[in-house]
Write a protein that binds this ligand. Structure first.
Ligand code: ATP
Length: 234
């Protein structure tokens, strides 16, 4: 099976603290992989290294876009950061079009699709509002749209469901499924086990920056649940 992302021996310390300690993982094209672990396990640090935001102390990150190995290409990746990264004093539509432009999406297409997404996520009336006027949950939906508007091959969602009510969690879940049906690969970190089980084909569980367990969800379902109980994670 073709992989879209290969990570080997990824390591990052902050002072004496090893946040990520030699993890290796491969994400198969077209799958949804869940990156799980308790608070402080190293999930966000790993995702930030994959996104090129943090420089690893050691390890390799290799992408495989359009069938050939290559380095990071931000136009082909979508990213929903844990801490939101939009402009508060810009309008919702401006935020979306600015990011789509940075990723190389033609303006007219991006505008049409941004408005469709806003409509679908019940934000149709807010396109011209300044972002800061929206609730946290609404802002997260805008960030979610921003991460997929340029039609990436691979999307990294860092805690996409946190702070969302169940209706919006369902919206996100439905859209992640649609992305997968359209061939997009997804790596997501999440705490909500029910959502992880409904969405993920495979999981990668980390604790103290190290792999605890990984594999196809079906194959390791019982053992990973035991680990989660041990880690008091759920
Ligand atoms: P959470 O689910 O709480 O977001 P996480 O699994 O994403 O946790 P990280 O945010 O990657 O974990 O943090 C891993 C460890 O690295 C933690 O001990 C954290 O305190 C530490 N850490 C992360 N970023 C920094 C930083 N910029 N400076 C110092 N320590 C950091």
């Amino acid at each position: 099976m073709e992989t879209i992302l290969n990570v080997k021996g990824l390591t990052k310390s902050f002072g004496p603290k090893k946040a990520v300690d030699g993890i290796s993982l491969s994400v198969i094209r077209g799958e949804v992989m869940g990156l799980l672990g308790p608070n402080g396990a190293g999930k966000t640090t790993a995702i930030r290294m994959i996104m090129g935001i943090l420089t690893p102390d050691a390890g390799e990150i290799c992408f495989n876009f359009g069938g050939r190995p290559q380095q990071l290409d931000k136009g082909k990746i979508g990213y929903l950061p844990e801490e939101r990264g939009l402009y508060d004093d810009a309008r919702v539509i401006e935020n979306l079009l600015y990011l789509a432009d940075l990723k190389g999406r033609p303006a007219r297409e991006a505008r049409r699709e941004a408005l469709q997404w806003l409509e679908r996520l019940d934000l149709g009336d807010y396109a011209d509002q300044k972002l800061e006027k929206l609730s946290k949950g609404m802002q997260q939906k805008v960030q979610f749209i921003a991460s997929i508007l340029h039609r990436p091959e691979l999307v990294l969602f860092d805690e996409p469901f946190s702070g969302l009510d169940p209706v919006n969690q369902d919206f996100f879940k439905e859209i992640i499924r649609e992305l997968q049906d359209g061939g997009t690969t997804v790596l997501l970190s999440a705490h909500q086990m029910n959502l992880v089980e409904e969405l993920c084909d495979s999981i990668f569980l980390i604790n103290h920056g190290r792999e605890v367990l990984s594999g196809k969800l079906q194959a390791i379902k019982e053992s990973y649940k035991e680990h989660l109980v041990e880690l008091r994670y759920n």
